[in-house]
Design a protein around this ligand. Sequence first.
Ligand code: GLU
Length: 445
Amino acid sequence: MYNYDEFMANLERRNPAEGEFIQAVGGVVESVIDLVNDNPAYINAKILERITEPDRVVSFKVEWEDDDHNVQVNRGYRVQFNNTLGPYKGGLRFHSSVSLGSFKFLGFEQTFKNSLTTLPLGGAKGGSDFSPRGKSDNEIMRFCRAFMTQLQKYIGPETDIPAGDIGVGAKEIGYLYGQYKRIRDENAGVLTGKGHLWGGSLIRPEAAGYGAVYFAREMLKRYNDTLEGKRVAVSGFGNVAWGVVKKATELGAKVVTISGPDGYIYDEEGVSTQEKWNYMVQLRLSNNDIVAPYAQRFGAQFIPRKKPWEVPVDLAFPCAIQNELSLEDAQSLVANGVKYVLETSNMGCRREAENFFIAQKIPYGPGKAVNAGGVAVSGLEMAQNAMKLSWTAQEVDDKLQQIMQNIHKACLTHSPEEGGYVNYVKGANIAAFKRVADAMLELGY
Ligand code: GLU
């Protein structure tokens, strides 16, 4: 029999100073501990201990030269967390804040997220403390070349298939894939999120954001509601936020905020035109990591150094980074009448914020369910690569919608009924855990 506090104390002892990893594991263990304690097969096979320990952690040195001919040294990582359900799969993050603990939390989350997609994908994550902010395109290219020169030793189309994440978009994937081909002379789809000209899938750039809105649509349906006429707050201005903004607008909602590390934009007219969406892409490609110029360009308000959770809205989609939404932010959203919260960034809400939404009976979708559309379409990209075929945008989008509906259904199936309120956190964690744990039992050790 497991005791939550005891298990977590042990985990902390084994993984000192890895707060984000402990937080991510704590969320899942809390949801599944009763299920495990009721199931002697899980206890005897030590599933909880095994599922919280990464299969392999790789760290490597990345040496490159900046535009002033100075030698730069960064650290690269790949955490191959769990390959029970399929080859390791998960993105690469280039951000100055990362550490081994962040990649362990992300690889752990990815294992469960990928399980929810029902595709044959294990979980992994990697990246570097290199930040593209303020770098020239040539510097980014040189860094990507140096990074892939090391990473290529550990990945392969049947072993581990990285993709993008924060700081790694289509441009970086291009430089990384180019170097992989140069070294290995293989046209294997070893990365996803590739450009369409060289093996990428249509709809992959939009997938995480579109998927989050498709999940929201199912959630609202469950409460006899629709997106039509709803006011929406989005944080972030990257790929994921961009997809949410586009699809939410298309389905009749009005997105009034986006944000960056410098503050947030309040656009009463709605971030609702092709011109504004193109501008979001332009802002991202500038490598400056700021949203302020949007305000001037479109006559919107810029609120410096603040987050958008103080604006009255019906739906909130945190799409920026982990722990971006605190308990105070959650309280402010609820005080201002928020009706649904869709965590779209990985672990975007602090545990206290998440628990507050649930206590207030606000329908709350956790990131591993809400943002699974990105990696799901990566799985579809792998399938197209293996078949040497390319599906139409409509075909991919139809499959994405089906996957998001199924994830929503799985959450309902495994959520305990709490007087008509759906606890999506429990539902998602239990559904995801069961699939990995049952497969682990079948595969032995
Ligand atoms: N980085 C994305 C995620 O957090 C996508 C991963 C992938 O496509 O492999 O799920």
